[in-house]
Design a protein around this ligand. Sequence first.
Ligand code: GLU
Length: 486
Amino acid sequence: MEKIRTRYAPSPTGKMHVGNLRTALYEFLVAKHENGDFMLRIEDTDQERFVDGAIDIINDTLEQAGLYHDEGPDKDGGYGPYVQSERMKTGIYMKYAKELVEKGEAYYCFCTKERLATLKTVVSEDGKTINVYDKHCLNLSKEEVEKNLSEGKPFVIRQNIPNEGTTTFHDELYGDITVENSELDDMILIKSDGYPTYNFANVVDDHTMNITHVVRGNEYISSSPKYQRLYDAFGWESPHYIHLPLITDENHKKLSKRCGHASFEDLIEQGFLSEAIVNYIALLGWSPEDNREIFSLDELIKEFDYHRINKSPSVFDVQKLRWMNGEYIKAMDEESYLKMALPIVDEVITKDLDKKKIALMCKTRIEVFPDMKGHIDFFEELPEYDIAMYEHKKMKSTLESSLTVLKETLPLLEAFDDYTNDSLYAMLSDYVAKKEVKTGFVMWPLRTALSGKEMTPAGATEILEVLGKEESVKRIKKGIELLERS
Ligand code: GLU
């Protein structure tokens, strides 16, 4: 069997969005699942859309996501150059375009902008208005073409697509797709600035770089018949095509750059772990045979069978990603967890408290690291709180009972010196036993007074341990004061 070779072929136009990352990931997985090679190719032929720094973003994102390439601009595998603007300088695109002209599969076009503006227009699937070229220049004689070229007239080279008949290409997921040739326009292969269009360069490059599988968004389906015609014109075998389903937002609208959460960089900034992002994105359009959801990259490589890619759109659900990220945080070893958690504790807590303990309290409770702030801020300062919080049906806690508990436990806590969780718990359990009440009946008001919060990352005794005697006593007195005032 031939060795699988895939490529991720981004245009350096900005940040890497979820859809781009999914394409890169699937390209990587299709290759690695079969021990193949994954290549990075930079498609920078559209100089107007080029964004400075975008290539660095692509490299950083792929590296952070663990999608290492076997070949690319920084790693020659014998198929270089790996950047299209550099490939252009070798003359490769012009050479192949001229071959098509010779074969009658392409032609020079000298039409001016003004003439093109008078042509019929159609609105493409993505909403762009495009002129339908009327093959005017196809009728130029060889001599006229030579003359125009020698006079230095600006030109483009267009693909010559017949008006009759059909073209069929095969997609691994969608099967055979056939279109009427009359629906295909004579697209430009070489632009007036001498650069090839993406449409032409991707075909020449995929063939000359020996790519076996092309994975890309299904917005490319409509152009694929034209690519197929190019392969056929050259007598080349086309690669296997795998077009991916659309990714939508929660409202089933196409995921767009406008959604703040849609780029890898933004997600990292929002506190998501790259492993969780990669895991989540793998499931945007693919699922294993069982319902398993948590996969490391190595496990994905093992399991990823592209035949199981879905054809229906997948929804990018931030809540689900948050859940998954929480699972990754829970599974982190203590050292890696603290490395990420302690800087956040430092941001919130200026007091001399046991920060490691505070950080560890949150490990099973947060979904992203920034969530920690809201969990731990009460350690720094007791917030203003509503005394209605002391009332709790299940704990049988009322304002009166809470006042009694706080008043009775205050002297016990003042007299106690061993502020460690276990000892505090044992001491308060004695009180619970003597009063013949449930533990919650005592712990609820204490936790409320100590934190001023309905939800805390730990129970009353753990909070007592971290706050220490002086601060705890102060907070309980404050609770008593509030309750007495009511
Ligand atoms: N340069 C194209 C893009 O960034 C790649 C499409 C393809 O994979 O063929 O969308």
